[in-house]
Design a protein around this ligand. Structure first.
Ligand SMILES: Nc1ncnc2c1ncn2[C@@H]1O[C@H](COP(=O)(O)OP(=O)(O)OP(=O)(O)O)[C@@H](O)[C@H]1O
Ligand SMILES: [Mg+2]
Length: 256
């Protein structure tokens, strides 16, 4: 068995020097300093709340700063990813052709799939590792989405093991990783406890007006101020701002 040793104070102090990275969401750094480099982030939300755009924007923001990124897609095909990326940022195709962003197709149509498109945990881990190896030295990793990966497993209870292996691997590589998953569960599950930062994308209805919201639900080592922001999706991608004063009482009364 491995020997257990206590960390020295010096080692712990070294840990306190945080290198913040920008997720790419416009306006977010007005509220938080960024997210610590090398951390794992999970973005969750109902259909159409902006998870995929958030993932694309995270990769795009890193790539334009010269970072290598790998975008593993278990749901959408590279064609639809390219289409959305190109719609939002004119330089997106060039980041793909230059190899700055590598898109890995693990969608249901990808060639590895069996007749029933179901895979066991060994196959899942193998294909994920191959996916990560498609971009050696990537400092940003995207996995969109964990839910479709879970659906593909012959035995869905294996998801816990597959996810833990994946998390361990991305941490070992030192990359900042963004996972997406579907829905906002009533009871948080393993993914939400294991990641360092948890973001919920949601809608809030007030009279006939729907407002998109961005909730930073949990953030390790990061001062939260405030947690709930108004989310916009426009050309250029996601941006956040303070919830308008008019909506605050409604929102806070019903949700908090
Ligand atoms: N080019 C664009 N400009 C402005 N808004 C857009 C653009 N493309 C998509 N949207 C909006 O962004 C929303 C979020 O899209 P996105 O694909 O990120 O959702 P998602 O949360 O990943 O959904 P799903 O769970 O189905 O994968 C879309 O429903 C649409 O309203
Ligand atoms: Mg999506």
């Amino acid at each position: 068995m491995k020997k257990v040793e206590a960390l020295s104070l010096k080692e712990l102090q070294k840990e306190r020097k945080i290198e913040w990275i920008d997720m790419g969401i416009e306006g977010l750094t007005d509220f938080i300093p960024g997210l610590p480099k090398g951390d794992a982030i999970l973005v969750r939300g109902e259909p159409g709340t902006g998870k995929t755009i958030c993932c694309l924007q995270f990769a795009h923001a890193g790539a334009v700063k010269g970072e290598k990124c790998v975008y593993i897609s278990t749901e959408e095909t590279p064609q639809t990813i390219m289409r959305t990326g190109r719609e939002l940022w004119s330089d997106f195709p060039s980041l793909i052709t230059s190899g700055q962003v590598a898109i890995v197709d693990l969608s249901i149509g990808a060639s590895y799939a069996s007749d029933y498109a179901l895979i066991n945990k060994e196959e899942a881990v193998e294909m994920l590792m191959k996916g990560l190896d498609a971009q050696p030295g990537a400092t940003r990793i995207v996995m969109d989405s964990l839910s479709s990966l879970e659906r593909r497993l012959v035995d869905p209870t294996d998801f816990r093991e597959v996810f833990m292996k994946l998390l361990l691997e991305v941490k070992k590589r030192g990359a900042t990783t963004l996972f997406s998953a579907e829905g906002i569960p009533k009871d948080p599950n393993i993914t939400e406890y294991l990641v360092d930062h948890l973001i919920y994308l949601d809608y809030h209805k007030h009279d006939v007006i729907w407002t998109r919201v961005f909730i930073l639900r949990k953030s390790r080592s990061c001062p939260l101020k405030p947690q709930i922001l108004k989310l916009n999706i426009e050309s250029g991608g996601l941006s956040v701002e303070e919830i308008p004063i008019s909506l605050k009482p409604v929102w806070f009364a019903s949700k908090l």
